[in-house]
Design a protein around this ligand. Structure first.
Ligand code: 5CA
Length: 433
């Protein structure tokens, strides 16, 4: 993308309504614009990050054996009356009446709808286990939407739903999703820690939240330092889920509400870590709660009908954009982890109109295909430096007239600030690696 033509409306003033860094930076760098309280339009730069996050989530869900579907945002009220949640959900649910006076709602989550789809089509234990997910917009009429996309009213969620023959199967599905989550967050360049959680309105008796560490997070968290070194991507073969789960749950990690001071005291002081965190995912095992309430049954080997065991697994896809910024920024702006950056590199042309600069920038831009943002604006160098830092591209390829004449560019790594003079080929190789 050429910045001179790009719809990337950066702003200088710090928007007063934005209380936290990610919200300020997302507005300033032109990632999103608010259209109503807690509702945002995604602009090209922000959308590219959102799509990158979605892609990683999708790849890891598919790898874990979940199948993608796409359920609608609008749901009929009857399904929620069957589960008993229509009234429970209260004012947080956006209720809609269509022209025929039918009661509808904008889905805050999809347990009811997936159970309805399941019971229409799955008739036998032979079709289990099955795990279905979608990546779809949700609406929750939060009392106090705040922190930009981190607590929106409309937000993008990945939600998966597993169906199993028995509790043992459901627990296996749960552990498989937990591993998929750890891989997902690690691939995004985020440190996430699973913590035992309350199940809230989703229900059930086994639940973990996934907390990304960031100094501005809403939750106070306590965890064992050993979490910092775990590599969830190392094990490429068929994972031993029981060992993985035992290994993870043997380590201490808890949010404030679940903090156990006695257990905490047993951890050597040097290994105790405290901090703030953001909930980016939440998984639940809730057994037959919904399959019973909505009378979803399948035939067992003996021909007898039974209610399958379920779990549900959420990731806050749009929240992750904000969470990644909270976890990685400085005074100058965003520092994107490579895997989710909107562009791998910015090419800064320090002297537009200089034949050597223009030619070199054009060739770099062509070589990086869609992966670079070319700052071809007529602005001063200082403006370009500031905007590149603000937008947070992992690399900056800086092309000035003297260097261009000598076939040299400067390559800056945003995360460290390190700048080296290299040939254009070396710069391309670094950016691509
Ligand atoms: N049905 C279950 C799991 S599929 C469920 O709805 N879980 S949840 O309520 O915990 O939401 C899943 C994830 O969505 C949360 O972990 C959080 O990351 C994200 N999320 C929840 N509410 C919001 C919100 N108001 N704004 C942005 N993201 C949100």
């Amino acid at each position: 993308m050429r910045l001179s033509r790009g719809f990337i409306p950066t702003i200088k003033e710090i928007p007063s309504e934005a209380q936290i860094a990610s919200h300020r930076l997302m507005l300033r760098a032109g990632l999103v614009r608010q259209t109503s309280a807690g509702i945002y339009a995604w602009l090209p730069l922000g959308l590219r990050v959102l799509r990158n996050i979605e892609r990683i989530v999708r790849e890891e869900q598919n790898a874990a054996g979940a199948q993608e579907v796409l359920m609608p945002t609008i749901q009929p009220a009857e399904l929620w009356r069957e589960s008993g949640r229509y009234d429970d959900y209260g004012k947080e649910m956006l209720r809609i009446v269509d022209r025929h006076d039918r009661e509808m709602l904008y889905g805050p989550t999809n347990e009811e709808m997936i159970v309805d789809l399941f019971r229409q089509s799955v008739k036998s234990y032979r079709d289990l286990p099955i795990n279905l997910y979608h990546i779809q917009w949700k609406f929750r009429d939060e009392v106090r939407p705040r922190f930009g996309v981190m607590r929106g009213r409309e937000f993008l969620m990945k939600d998966a739903y597993s169906f199993d023959v028995d509790r043992a199967g459901a627990v296996r599905a749960y552990r498989g999703m937990m591993l998929a989550y750890m891989r997902t967050f690690q691939r995004m360049g985020l440190k996430a820690i699973p913590m035992v959680a309350d199940t809230g309105p989703i229900g059930g008796d086994l639940s973990h939240e996934f907390i990304v560490l960031a100094p501005t997070g809403e939750s106070q968290v306590y965890y064992d330092a050993s979490f910092e070194g775990v590599d969830y991507l190392a094990d490429a073969g068929t994972p031993d889920l029981d060992r993985f789960f035992a290994d993870i749950t043997a380590r201490y990690a808890a949010t404030d509400e679940k903090h156990d001071t006695a257990k905490w005291a047993e951890i050597p002081e040097a290994d105790r870590r405290e901090g703030r965190g953001i909930e980016v995912g939440h998984i639940f095992y809730f057994g037959t709660k919904y399959t019973k309430a909505m009378n979803a049954t399948v035939a067992g080997p003996d021909g007898k009908m039974f209610h399958p065991e379920m779990g549900s697994y959420g990731i806050g896809v749009s929240r992750l954009v904000g969470a990644a910024i909270e976890a990685s920024h400085d005074d100058a702006g965003i520092i994107w982890p490579d895997a989710i950056a909107p562009f791998k590199a910015a090419i800064l042309n320090l002297k537009n109109g200089d034949a050597a600069c223009d030619a070199l920038c054009e060739s770099l831009y062509a070589a990086l295909a869609g992966d670079a943002l070319y700052d071809d604006r007529a602005d001063r160098a200082g403006v370009k430096f500031n905007d590149a830092d603000l937008m947070g591209h992992p690399w900056q390829i800086i092309v000035g007239p003297r260097g261009a004449a000598a076939g040299r560019v400067e390559l800056k790594r945003r995360a460290t600030g390190e700048r080296v003079e290299v040939s254009p080929e070396e710069a391309l190789a670094k950016v691509r690696s």
